[in-house]
Ligand binder design. Structure first.
Ligand SMILES: [Fe+2]
Length: 467
């Protein structure tokens, strides 16, 4: 008699996983484990040689490591003592089942170099889902080919993908979150889109939220579920070290983080957790986006970058700032970006000017457009007292959301490749399937950053900066 495999044996042990917090010798991998086997043996096997993943015997010969922690259905693996700048192959084994399922299949990640001369490229973008704005046609997540385009990009293969927020728009379209399970479901919905999953399980991710994945549209520090959003982020997302614990009593839980690749420092600010509420949408200003605690950390990061630049350990700082910085002149006002917080914007610009933070580049999402502002003559970006405090700014979005333009004007219209480009407004190209590639070429002294802002594989805006 042929025994039928029970249903549970047929189901894979792992639903999905993603890779993050990549350094020269570590990565973090988080995997969602099937609920009925979370108490069984869960391990990851990894090696720089793909040969180990071809057969059951070769896989058995490879020693695995156990999960570092288990939080609900999410297993966290912290892989240490890795070799720098090396490609690794991995599979996860849970409940006796391999993920991915078939012999010969595996997932990959690559480590980087830190505080050394290093040539590398990163991808960046934001805003995926919700382009139909109709609950019958749209579930607020995206599974478009753009995620395959990013994964397959190979000139050169990317070291990292920075997701600058709005991982989904489920709160706009399905319903607003009311508890932590809603947040978990949102991550689940994103990760069950195979094109997104394939990207995040094979390319290290650095992800910071914006309004839609933190709470509802234009959400701020008054968002009632902010501690729950933060708890869910920590549970579900592989992230770099977080300075703040989630603690309602001390009102902490923001998710700002920083890391270094090559001689480039990346600072990702959380522009939602501490953001003051604007009393009225169209006619008011707020005090702070970053909040006191984060701002202190941010200035310390800028200072540390400068110290390391003086010691030649670093050469450039990148501020990952989700929302538009250049905004506010007549006709260029926004509903909730930096023009609504002019006092803090001036304070930051003054700090940059006074401390001679002259090797700084900003990358932003939020607005569903591509744009460059070179921070030079004619730039609106000079917000310090008596002018100055400027730097180049890159906008790279949207992955898959309705075309829009915010803030500006952006003085980089001159870098648009096709003079007859459609959908250009204020120097920006509105659209979806859009993203950016930053190529860093380090000669040991200067770093050249070639910025390519793309629609799918086609470069629409290109400019080279030297720091
Ligand atoms: Fe967005």
């Amino acid at each position: 008699m042929i025994q039928r495999l029970s249903n549970s044996l047929r189901k894979p042990g792992v639903h999905w996983c993603w890779v993050g917090a990549v350094t020269d010798n570590q990565v973090t991998i988080k995997a969602k484990i099937r609920e009925d086997i979370i108490n069984q043996y869960i391990q990851i096997k990894y090696n720089t040689n793909s040969r180990f993943f071809e057969t059951q015997d070769s896989l058995n010969s490879l020693r695995g490591i156990q999960k570092t922690s288990l939080d609900g259905q999410i297993a966290t693996f912290n892989l240490n003592n890795l070799a720098e700048d090396k490609k690794y192959y991995y599979v996860i084994i849970a409940g006796g089942r391999r993920y991915p399922e078939n012999h010969g299949d595996y997932l990959t990640f690559k480590t980087v170099k830190i505080h050394k001369k290093y040539n590398f490229a990163i991808g960046c973008s934001s805003c995926a889902g919700g382009h139909r704005l109709d609950p019958l046609l749209d579930d607020g997540v995206s599974n478009k080919k753009i995620f395959d385009v990013i994964r397959k990009y190979d000139t050169p293969p990317l070291a990292l993908f920075i997701h600058m927020g709005d991982l989904h728009y489920r709160n706009d379209i399905v319903n607003e979150e009311t508890n932590i399970d809603d947040y978990r479901t949102n991550y689940e919905e994103v990760m069950t889109q195979d094109k997104q999953r394939n990207l995040y399980q094979n390319l290290p991710l650095a992800y910071i939220w914006d309004d839609h994945d933190y709470g509802p549209n234009n959400s701020d520090t008054t968002h009632a579920l902010k501690y729950i959003a933060s708890k869910a982020y920590r549970e579900q997302v592989p992230h770099y070290y977080l300075e703040e614990p989630v603690d309602e009593a001390s009102k902490t839980g923001a998710i700002y983080q920083s890391f270094v690749i090559g001689r480039v420092r990346f600072i990702m600010t959380d522009n939602r957790f501490y953001k003051d509420k604007l009393p009225e949408e169209n006619s008011s200003i707020g005090n702070s986006i970053l909040g006191t605690r984060q701002k202190k950390w941010f200035f310390e990061q800028l200072r540390q970058g400068k110290v390391n630049q003086n010691a030649n350990k670093e050469r450039l700082t990148i501020w990952v700032n989700s929302i538009p910085w250049i905004a506010g002149g007549e006709g260029f006002e926004t509903k909730d970006a930096w023009d609504r917080y002019p006092v803090e914007r001036r304070e930051i610009a003054n700090f940059i000017k006074d401390n001679e933070i002259d090797k700084l580049l900003m990358i932003s999402g939020d607005a569903h457009m591509l744009a460059v502002d070179d921070g030079e003559e004619g730039s609106a970006n000079s917000y310090a007292e008596n002018g100055g405090g400027s730097f180049p700014i890159i906008h790279a979005a949207s992955l898959d959301s309705n075309p829009s333009v915010k803030g500006g004007p952006y003085n980089g219209a001159k870098y648009i490749i096709n003079p007859n480009e459609e959908d250009v407004e204020r120097g920006a190209i509105k659209g979806r399937k859009q993203w950016g590639v930053l190529h860093f070429t380090d000669d040991g002294n200067k770093i050249e950053v070639k910025v390519e802002l793309k629609k799918k594989n086609k470069t629409k805006i290109e400019q080279v900066f030297e720091f």
